[in-house]
Ligand binder design. Structure first.
Ligand code: ASP
Ligand code: MG
Length: 253
C-alpha cells in the first residue's frame, strides 16, 4: 500500500462543484488501495479577498492579526472538503496547521517551518480515514497562528509528505503539469514529462509559477518525489524526481 499526499490549489477547490469533484478523486485514489493525506489551499481568491477586507479597515494591520485572518481561508476549504467526502460515503478529518503539528518561527507572513509532527493525521490514516490539512499555516512556538508566505501550501504539502514518509507528493493545479511555456497563453507549449529538482528550481526562479521555489528546495533536500498534475483531467503530469528514482516506481501515475 502506498501513502500519497495530494495538494489541491485554490483553483481546484474554487466552488462547491469543484470541492465535490476533488472529493471524488480523493476517494477513488483511496479505493485504488492507497492511504491519502490531503493539503488544501483556500478557495479561489479567498486569500486576496481577506487581504482586501483587512486593508479596508487598517492600511497597516498588525502582522499577528493578518496571519490570524489569512489562516481562516484554508479552514473553510478543508472542512468543506471533509464534508464532501463524508457526503460521498467515505470518512475524512480536517486539521488546522496547528493540529497537524506544523510548528514555525514567529515571522508572520513569511514563517519558516521548524518541525512537523503530524501524529493526528497519521492516526486518522491508520484508521482508514482521509486526513485533510490546511495548507500555508502553522503555529509559532508561542502558540500564535502563522502563515508561510503566498503560495505556501505547496511547501506545506511537501513538508507533510516528508513527515509522514509518503511515497509521492502530488500537486494538483489547473494545468497538466509543467510546460515549456504557459499553456493557457501559448497553445503550442509542450508538457515536460520529467524534470530534476535543479531544473525545476531554475524554472521556478525564472518565474515559472507552477511551484513555489521553497517547496522544490524542500523536496530536493528530502528526496521527496513530486507529481504536478491537473485536477481537471486524468492525463499524466510532470514528475520531479531524484536522479536514481525510476518513474515507473511512483504510485498513481
Ligand atoms: N491561500 C494561500 C495563497 O493564496 C496559500 C496558497 O494558495 O498556497 O497564497
Ligand atoms: Mg491561494
Amino acid at each position: 500500500m502506498s501513502l500519497i499526499v495530494q495538494k489541491y490549489g485554490g483553483s481546484s477547490v474554487a466552488d462547491s462543484d469543484s470541492i465535490k469533484r476533488v472529493a471524488k478523486r480523493i476517494i477513488s485514489t483511496k479505493k485504488a488501495g492507497n492511504d491519502v493525506a490531503v493539503v488544501v489551499s483556500a478557495m479561489g481568491d479567498t486569500t486576496d479577498d481577506l487581504i482586501d477586507q483587512a486593508m479596508d479597515i487598517d492600511s497597516n494591520p498588525p502582522a499577528r492579526e493578518m496571519d490570524m485572518l489569512m489562516t481562516a481561508g484554508e479552514r473553510i476549504s478543508m472542512s468543506l472538503l471533509a464534508m464532501a467526502i463524508h457526503a460521498q460515503g467515505d470518512r475524512a478529518y480536517s486539521f488546522t496547521g496547528s493540529q497537524a503539528g506544523f510548528v514555525t518561527d514567529a515571522r508572520y507572513g513569511a514563517a519558516h517551518i521548524r518541525s512537523v509532527k503530524p501524529q493526528r493525521v497519521a492516526r486518522a490514516l491508520s484508521k482508514g480515514n482521509v486526513g485533510i490539512v490546511a495548507g500555508f499555516q502553522g503555529v509559532s512556538t508561542e502558540g500564535d497562528a502563522t502563515t508561510l508566505g503566498r503560495g505556501g501550501s505547496d511547501t506545506s504539502a511537501v513538508a507533510l509528505a516528508v513527515a509522514l514518509g509518503a511515497d509521492v507528493c502530488e500537486i494538483y493545479t489547473d494545468v497538466d503539469g509543467v510546460f515549456t511555456a504557459d499553456p493557457r497563453i501559448v497553445p503550442t507549449a509542450r508538457r515536460i514529462p520529467t524534470l530534476s529538482y535543479d531544473e525545476m528550481m531554475e524554472m521556478a526562479a525564472a518565474g515559472t509559477k507552477v511551484l513555489a521555489l521553497r517547496c522544490v528546495e524542500y523536496a530536493r533536500r528530502f528526496s521527496m518525489p513530486l507529481h504536478v498534475r491537473s485536477s481537471f483531467s486524468h492525463r499524466p503530469g510532470t514528475l520531479i524526481l531524484p536522479q536514481d528514482v525510476n518513474p515507473s516506481r511512483i504510485p498513481n501515475v
